[in-house]
Design a protein around this ligand. Structure first.
Ligand code: HEM
Length: 300
């Protein structure tokens, strides 16, 4: 069902494309964003879980518990917090995370299998925080600066969402030119293009995490937009970064990632679907390692 959300077929691409380029037609013909089988599945699973939790008074301290709590304590009369409005919160959390985070992890591993020096260096960082015990904590994850730079560079080279969409709310004259963007003009901001522009990222095809060394402060610039910017910035940015780093740290602490005969080089991208994906997936070889194999950049 997760895979079906951002369907990689022409019909789904067309349907979802309308949401960005022709929203009027979406309203007119009530075109669904997701395949109807996905929404029915989500509704069914959500209400079943909700009922089970409520009747057994069972808590897992997760999003569903939070939604149950909001539903019980909701006081706003003008907006009803029930039915699909509740399901949509869980549905959006799931759909916004699924393909995006797995895409970020896969593209990062892909680059690491092609750049062994970078892989060894980041594994060394990961293993260095695991010296006393086997667990990753929030602080440990946030202190791994090289791992963080790898995730940022992955999202630079492979921005899962290729563009940001905006509507111009007032006439705007581009500075130093004659171009005026008129009020009401829909805009498509080409994130992939900005991320691969050598004016902002010299030698853009090179995978180079050093670009994101903290002192360079690249992420605050408006040419780096993997999560968008401004009031409609991705709501899950910090959660997504945390989960991506956590998953990579777990994988790198246990496996060496190698290129296999099926690993696609160079990559070709799908022309269907609204998120960035390889035509043939990203097959690689995972080789189990002894934990102490790499430490301080050296084989031990
Ligand atoms: C690597 C993972 C992710 C990437 C690359 C990503 C990227 C984006 C982008 C580009 C946007 C549009 C922002 C804009 O127009 O300025 C967006 C919006 C959004 N994202 Fe994410 N996202 C990721 C993960 C998540 C996760 C995990 C969640 C939820 C837990 C999430 C929830 C949302 C929501 C709710 C919006 C709509 C915000 C709004 O319109 O106000 N995203 N995301």
């Amino acid at each position: 069902m997760g895979k079906k959300i951002f369907g990689y077929n022409y019909l789904a691409t067309l349907r979802q494309g309308f949401y960005f380029v022709w929203p009027g037609i979406v309203k007119l013909f009530k075109i669904p964003f997701m395949d109807r089988s996905v929404t029915s599945f989500m509704r069914k699973v959500f209400w079943e879980i909700l009922q089970e939790r409520e009747s057994n008074n069972y808590k897992r301290n997760d999003l569903i518990d939070t939604l149950i709590h909001i539903r019980k304590t909701w006081v706003e009369d003008s907006i009803k917090y029930e039915g699909d409005r509740v399901v949509a919160q869980a549905g959006q959390f799931f759909s916004a995370s699924f393909e995006t985070i797995s895409g970020a992890i896969s593209f990062a591993l892909y680059e690491l299998c092609l750049n062994k020096d970078i892989q060894n260096r980041v594994r060394s960082e990961v293993l260095s925080v695991l010296t006393n015990d086997d667990s990753f904590t929030f602080d440990k994850i946030n202190n791994m600066k090289y791992l963080q730079a790898i995730v940022y560079e992955t999202l630079r080279k492979y921005p899962v969402f290729l563009f940001n969409d905006r509507m111009c709310l007032e006439d705007y004259k581009i500075p130093n030119g004659n171009l005026v963007i008129e009020k009401g003009t829909p805009l498509c901001i080409p994130v992939l293009g900005l991320h691969h522009d050598s004016k902002y990222f010299p030698n853009p095809e090179e995978f180079n995490p050093e670009r994101f060394a903290e002192e360079n402060n690249v992420t605050s610039n408006f040419f780096y937009l993997p999560f968008g910017k401004g009031p409609r910035i991705c709501l899950g940015e910090r959660f997504a970064l945390l989960v991506t780093k956590l998953c990579l740290a777990h994988i790198l602490s246990k496996f060496e990632i190698e290129k296999s005969e099926d690993t696609p080089v160079p990559l070709k991208y799908r022309t269907t679907g609204i998120v960035l994906a390889s035509t043939v997936g990203l097959p690689m070889r995972f080789k189990k390692i002894e934990k102490k194999l790499y430490y301080n950049d050296k084989l031990v």
